[in-house]
Design a binder for this molecule. Structure first.
Ligand code: A4P
Ligand code: MG
Length: 184
């Protein structure tokens, strides 16, 4: 059971969360992550992007990712939402490699956007610092945002995607949110 910090009286904010998985039953990890978010008090599921198969960016020898983006409306503060996301990652067996950056992972949840806020804390940077340059984020993100602008650069996400060099290798996955889970 996932728990989160208490909700507050704050105005709900639309938050955008990136999902990535390239280890184990990837579809189950994405499905369980979405369910865990949606059932948390103070988090209302709004919509999900398509699910995409993407070549891994990072060390060689790891398998392809499934990537997607989910939008929620939440009364949780951004740090509380991050703690919830880290808890959900742990529940899906996420183990962080001590040395190697960008190693394979069961479930990675990144906070892409929290309303239009810019946050620069030691443990939380929003917008996510690499979102504007990565097709594996921008392709699913553009399924759920229409004409919205990056809070720092002011560029539309569609225009950022048009410049992403690796966008043509991102393809819709055979499994999408809402489909029955494949047999493992
Ligand atoms: N943190 C700070 N800001 C944020 C934020 N906006 N969202 C801190 C989430 N976390 C944030 O994250 C390390 C710490 O970042 C967290 O504890 C939190 O306090 P992590 O999940 O342990 O590490 P990571 O995800 O490996 O690091 P990093 O550098 O954020 O990785 P990226 O940039 O997210 O890249 N290739 C494909 N095809 N698809 C992918 O999804 N993902 C990565 C990870 C690499 N290659 C990939 C993919
Ligand atoms: Mg992460």
């Amino acid at each position: 059971m996932t728990s989160a910090s208490p909700t507050t009286d704050r105005e709900p904010v639309v938050a955008t969360i990136a999902f990535g998985s390239n280890l184990g039953p990837r579809e189950s990890h994405l499905h369980a992550g979405r369910e865990a978010l949606a059932k948390t008090p103070g988090v209302e599921f709004l919509r999900a992007s398509g699910v995409y198969e993407t070549p891994p960016v990072g060390p060689s020898g790891q398998g392809p990712y499934l990537n997607a983006v989910v939008r929620v409306r939440t009364a949780l503060s951004a740090p509380a939402l991050l703690q919830l996301m880290l808890t959900i990652e742990r529940e899906r067996g996420r183990v962080r490699a001590a040395v190697e950056r960008w190693s394979a992972r069961t479930l990675d949840l990144d906070l892409l956007l929290y309303g239009e806020q810019c946050i620069a804390e030691r443990d939380l940077i929003v917008p996510h610092p690499r979102l504007h340059e990565r097709a594996f984020v921008l392709v699913p993100l553009c399924d759920v945002v229409h004409g919205e602008r990056h809070p720092v650069s002011g560029r539309t996400f569609e225009s950022l995607l048009a410049e992403a060099t690796d966008r043509e290798v991102i393809v819709p996955a055979s499994w999408q949110f809402g489909d029955p889970l494949p047999r493992q």
